[in-house]
Ligand binder design. Structure first.
Ligand code: NDP
Length: 270
């Protein structure tokens, strides 16, 4: 468990991450490493904010002199509604993970961060990409893939949620009734199944040998999704790199300087 406080007990600092629960957050250690690498003396802390208290927490933090806040589960939509202004991508997915104070200006670095993590996979735009999930993370993934010119295919346990997601995004994509990896270059797990060690019904034996399995969840142990893909000899990517890149993009939006991605990643080695 990492150090955190209730938002009403926050001490003056420059930056924070809010969520509920927040005890698992790696953001303070990652951003503190960035502050050291940049030679900047800012403090970044973790605060628990219960549902329904997000707007009040932002007012309090702004009064304490905070300049920026990262937002994690379950507050990205509540934060979107609490903003005075939002950047276009955040408007599109109606979720904010990065806030500038005291302006109450919001952005979303999950989608752009996800695209940055794909760069080293060198996928062609006609690659078939299967996205699993239809929650907040899937919205950012599907919107950013579509914006980058991919045509994702979507599977979600609850089909109607996938339909709502595509309608909300204005993206035309195929929805499938089973997570079939056949013919896919990339399969992105943006469900939270791995958080609880739950298995998704994927038959990796059907996948191309060159396919990549990417799980947005990260942890000390690989998720069941990544374990089963690796057991079939496939390349795997977990969500740690995305955690670093979305955090780096937040820092760059707040400070206007290039974020030290390597130092941030190295601070997270288990
Ligand atoms: P949501 O709660 O909004 O959505 C959860 C999704 O997972 C839904 O599509 C849900 O399906 C699906 N799901 C949950 N359990 C199962 C299961 N057992 N089998 C099949 N599908 C399941 O969560 P988010 O979208 O906000 O987040 C998803 C994950 O992505 C989280 O674990 C989060 O930690 C991670 N994430 C990681 C980031 C990073 O930086 N690495 C950034 C953002 C998110 P249904 O609709 O049927 O309920």
């Amino acid at each position: 468990m990492n150090a955190w406080r209730e938002w009403k007990d926050a001490e003056p600092a420059e930056f924070a991450v809010i969520g509920d629960p927040i005890d698992h957050s790696l953001s303070p250690q990652m951003h503190s490493a960035a502050a050291r690498a940049l030679g900047l003396g800012f403090r970044y802390i973790a605060l628990r904010v219960p549902r329904g208290e997000v707007a009040e927490a932002f007012r309090h933090l702004a009064a304490l002199g905070y300049r920026g806040v990262n937002v994690t589960v379950p507050h990205k939509e509540e934060t979107f509604r609490a903003m005075r202004e939002v950047e276009p991508f955040a408007q599109r997915v109606q979720a904010v993970n990065t806030v500038r104070l005291p302006e109450l200006r919001g952005t979303n670095t999950d989608g752009p961060g996800f695209l940055e993590t794909l760069a080293h996979l060198a996928l062609s735009k006609d690659s078939r990409v299967l996205v699993l999930g239809a929650g907040g993370a899937a919205l950012a993934v599907v919107a950013s893939l579509a914006d980058a010119g991919f045509q994702p295919t979507v599977f979600n346990r609850t089909r109607s949620r996938a339909e709502e997601m595509l309608q909300r995004l204005g993206v035309k994509a195929q929805i499938v009734d089973a997570p079939d990896p056949a013919g896919c270059s990339l399969v992105v797990n943006s469900t939270s199944a791995g958080l609880h060690g739950e298995r998704l019904p994927i038959d990796w034996a059907k996948a191309e040998p060159s396919a990549v399995a990417y799980d947005l969840v990260y942890g000390r142990e690989p998720t069941p999704f990544l374990c089963s893909a690796a057991a079939h000899g496939l390349r795997t990517v977990d969500g740690l790199h995305l955690l670093v890149v979305q955090g780096a993009l937040s820092l760059e939006w707040w400070l206007g300087v290039e974020a030290p991605r390597r130092a941030m990643l190295e601070s997270l080695q288990w």
